[in-house]
Design a protein around this ligand. Structure first.
Ligand SMILES: C[S@@+](CC[C@H](N)C(=O)[O-])C[C@H]1O[C@@H](n2cnc3c(N)ncnc32)[C@H](O)[C@@H]1O
Length: 203
């Protein structure tokens, strides 16, 4: 399923460049708001390493700088065009590295992902949900102290839903994370977008 996803996002960044539209977001405000929600996973940490699955052109690195949270960062993305854009944009940032991949060779303290479960293209509902479960499993291994991800919500207005996007049930994913990964799980579904963020912290 990731083959098509990589090609889809490569097309976006080739058309719109290293910009929110280039990673298929409506604009910078939503992109930034998503990062703020995800990074609450590391709220109590003073020093940490960070992995990002689906890093796009590396906008999270800008967010970390702007918020005084620069730290050893490893971003991966299945789209070679995205990774090339990220490397070009952050060539002078010595603590950030980018790689074409869909997994991590070694764990970090925290692992985050923004927007990687939304575009399912022509994958079936069941196939995409299996994919989400496998990726969350991978994120659990990649973040020894915790991980966080977002997804479009099944509580969206029916008439606004699109057939090529996946709307996840937040309660099912909350339940799964609670049962499989940690007792400390937060479901954030109050930040004004048609989506939610799940934050899993391990003590
Ligand atoms: C919506 S974009 C968001 C990019 C970035 N996280 C941001 O918010 O600016 C999602 C990105 O994740 C990548 N992606 C999707 N699923 C992935 C996976 N399982 N592993 C690695 N990259 C993935 C896509 O190629 C795309 O660049």
């Amino acid at each position: 399923v990731l083959d098509g996803v990589g090609k889809y996002y490569s097309g976006k960044v080739r058309t719109y460049g290293a910009s929110p539209q280039g990673v298929d977001w409506n604009g910078p405000e939503g992109q930034e708001l998503r990062f703020s929600q995800l990074m609450t996973v590391a709220n109590e940490a003073t020093s940490f390493t960070l992995a990002e699955l689906g890093c796009g052109y590396g906008a999270l690195v800008d967010h970390l700088v702007a918020n005084g949270r620069a730290t050893a960062y490893h971003g991966v993305d299945v789209s070679p065009d995205m990774v090339a854009a990220a490397q070009a944009r952050h060539a002078d940032v010595r603590w950030a590295e980018f790689e074409v991949a869909d997994r991590f060779a070694a764990p970090s303290d925290f692992c985050v992902a923004s927007g990687i479960f939304n575009v399912r293209l022509d994958a079936g509902e069941a196939q995409w949900l299996d994919h989400i479960h496998a990726v969350i499993d991978l994120m659990n291994d990649a973040g020894t102290r915790g991980f966080a991800f977002n997804a479009l919500t099944s509580y969206s207005d029916a008439e606004k839903m699109r057939g090529d996007l996946y709307y996840a049930n937040p309660l099912d994913l909350f339940d799964r994370c609670k049962r499989l990964y940690s007792r400390d799980v937060a479901l954030l579904h109050d930040y004004g977008l048609w989506e939610f963020t799940i934050v899993v912290r391990k003590r």
